[in-house]
Design a protein. Structure first.
Length: 184
């Protein structure tokens, strides 16, 4: 199943949630927070359970987001994808053939303009917009960049998911188990 066909991408914030997503029918899963020492084991568990692991590089405790960290993730852990706000992570993932997801925070117009500039430099495979409950911005960012948009953050209801998808998001990341179950 390509990433574009999975409407919900479970995002695990804890080992308990990660264990739950390993038992789910979803192919792609996001690992939000863990310690660097746990990455090899978590990657093994994902592979053993036929999951494609997407790692949020900026949230790995004990790991900087410098070029050495990018090399470690891409060469040693080899996840299916990397999410990051950092251009070096996105560029390294692309070079290594790993799905590159540029995370963008919709804070204000200045942040959005800076994000557009960064996206032009990195050409990520996907853009993840946060918060994910601003449908007009999903459409605008996709129209401007022509890059598929994933959205997440503050997604709390089935209605939020539907609005994001209707606005053009290809998928929604969420750590809410009830939404995983609803969109299996």
């Amino acid at each position: 199943m390509p990433l574009e066909e999975q409407r919900i991408i479970p995002a695990a914030r804890s080992i308990k949630q990660f264990d739950r997503v390993l038992r789910s029918p979803f192919e792609y899963v996001v690992l939000l927070e863990t310690h660097i020492s746990q990455l090899p084991l978590l990657k093994q568990l994902a592979v053993k359970n036929n999951k494609k692991l997407i790692i949020h590089a900026d949230l790995i405790h004990g790991l900087k987001t410098d070029n050495f960290a990018a090399d470690y993730l891409c060469n040693d852990i080899k996840p299916a994808g990397i999410i990051s706000t950092r251009s070096n992570m996105i560029l390294k993932a692309k070079v290594k053939g790993i799905i590159a997801i540029q995370r963008v925070f919709l804070i204000d117009t200045i942040a959005l303009d800076k994000s557009y500039s960064l996206i032009e430099q990195t050409s990520p495979d996907y853009i993840e917009l946060l918060p994910g409950i601003i449908p007009d911005m999903i459409h605008e960012v996709h129209a401007y960049t022509k890059i598929p948009v994933i959205t997440g953050g503050l997604v709390r209801s089935e209605q939020h998911v539907q609005q994001a998808l209707e606005a053009g998001a290809i998928a929604v990341t969420t750590s809410r188990k009830e939404l995983w179950e609803r969109f299996q």
